[in-house]
Structure formats: structure tokens, C-alpha cells
Design a protein. Structure first.
Length: 248
């Protein structure tokens, strides 16, 4: 219909009418493109919001994951410190043998650190990471994953250098099968004999230093995970709720 009106206006040399019809056509096209762009932006905004919600959940899981490891390392460190002091003094009076055994044998534990990161990897692989939130939010997320990468690298390095700083193939250490336990293994230590072995004590001191460094790196990663979760929470307007906490 518009074309027929333009054709008639041209035949009649009604250039004003031709101009009006062209303006109407152009406006229609522009408005159509604008409506399409608004619809696409609304869809993209909804997708970003959904992704941030998923990232929020993943950040909460990361906090819980690292907090559990920090608590485990702290418990082992406390037991190991007491055990080392008793080894040096050769004083086992009133000692909690089970705790001392756990503290001593934890010297070579180097667990991998692999918290959930599916949503983050999706954002990076699809090039959408730069589109979410503000620079401050992206910095908080990047800082956490930088800390995580460093922690994972240090664990791999320590594993490659030495899995265990002490030699457990000795007469005063007995390893028995213990079904029902986490690792189905139980250590029985002759604590007095170990106290009289300077090389064993030196290995404990070296390993304790490594374990405390690992604890510090894990604590830094936990702190970064909490900052990331709090930054995401500001955008999603949901509290960063971790295990044992309830949203108000």
C-alpha cells in the first residue's frame, strides 16, 4: 500500500507526499530495529541475571569448601604442634594418643583443592565474563580464581618435591587395616622411640613448616572466596549464605 501511494505521488509529481511516505517507511524500519534491540537486551539481561544467581550459589559453595579445609588444617596444626613439643621433650604423660597420632601422621597430607567452578568456566569460555556486573565485581571474582590457581600450583609443587617429609617404613611405626575409618588405615606409633630419633623430629619440623604455609595459602583463598561471594551478593541482592547460616 505504501508503494502504491509513493508511485501515485511520483506520477503526480507530489514530492512532498513522496518525502512523507519515505519518512514513514524509514521510521517504521528504525522503530522495528529498536524494538528488536530492546527485546534482545531484555533477554540478555535476564540471562545475565540467571547466570549471576548461579555464580552466587557457586561462590557460596566455594566458601564452604575452603572453610572446611581451613578448619581441617587448623585442627591438624594444633595437634601437630603439641605432638612436636612432646616429641622434643619426650613427655607423653596424659597425652591424647589418638590426637597425637593424627597430628604426627598429618605431616604429609597434601589434599587437592578443587572447589566447584562450572559457572565461572562457562563465563570465561563463552567470553561473557566481561559483561557481568561492574569492574569491582569482576576484580573480586578474578582475585579469588587467581588465589585458587596459586594454591593449586603450590600443592602440586609440594607433591612433586616430597609427598612426605618423614620415612614411615620403620619398626616403631605400624600401619594396620582399619575398615570403617575414612582411609581404612590406622597408624600405631611408638611415641617414646620416635622422640629419641633426631632425624624424625627434624622431618616433623620441616613438614610442619610446609603444612603451616599450606594453611596460610588456604586461608587467603577462603578470604578471597568470601569477598567474591559478598561482591556477588551486592548485585544479586541475596545474602551470601554458607553452611550453618540462615538468611535473615
Amino acid at each position: 500500500m505504501i508503494l502504491s501511494r509513493i508511485s501515485r505521488a511520483v506520477r503526480e509529481q507530489n514530492w512532498f507526499a513522496v518525502a512523507i511516505e519515505f519518512v514513514i517507511v524509514i521510521l517504521g524500519v528504525v522503530i522495528g530495529f529498536q524494538i528488536s534491540a530492546w527485546a534482545s537486551e531484555r533477554q540478555a539481561a535476564a540471562a545475565r541475571e540467571a547466570t549471576l544467581d548461579r555464580l552466587h550459589d557457586e561462590a557460596e559453595q566455594a566458601v564452604v569448601y575452603h572453610r572446611d579445609f581451613v578448619e581441617m588444617h587448623q585442627r591438624f596444626n594444633a595437634e601437630r604442634t603439641e605432638a612436636i613439643e612432646r616429641l622434643i621433650a619426650n613427655d607423653w604423660a596424659d597425652a591424647d594418643v589418638e590426637a597425637m597420632t593424627e597430628g604426627i601422621t598429618s605431616i604429609g597430607i597434601l589434599p587437592a583443592s578443587n572447589p566447584p567452578r562450572t559457572v565461572y568456566d562457562e563465563l570465561v569460555s563463552t567470553g561473557q565474563f566481561a559483561e557481568i556486573g561492574s569492574p569491582a565485581l569482576r576484580n573480586a571474582i578474578s582475585n579469588y580464581y587467581s588465589r585458587l590457581t596459586f594454591l593449586q600450583g603450590q600443592i602440586e609443587y609440594m607433591r612433586s618435591v616430597s609427598v612426605d617429609p618423614v620415612d614411615w617404613q620403620r619398626d616403631d611405626v605400624t600401619v594396620t587395616y582399619a575398615p570403617g575409618t575414612t582411609r581404612e588405615r590406622r597408624y600405631e606409633l611408638d611415641l617414646v622411640s620416635l622422640s629419641n630419633d633426631p632425624d624424625f623430629i627434624e622431618g616433623m619440623l620441616v613438614g610442619n613448616n610446609t603444612q603451616r604455609a599450606l594453611t596460610g595459602w588456604t586461608e587467603s583463598t577462603l578470604h578471597a572466596a568470601q569477598e567474591m561471594c559478598d561482591a556477588i551478593a551486592e548485585v544479586t541482592e541475596r545474602p551470601c549464605v554458607t553452611e550453618g547460616e540462615e538468611a535473615e
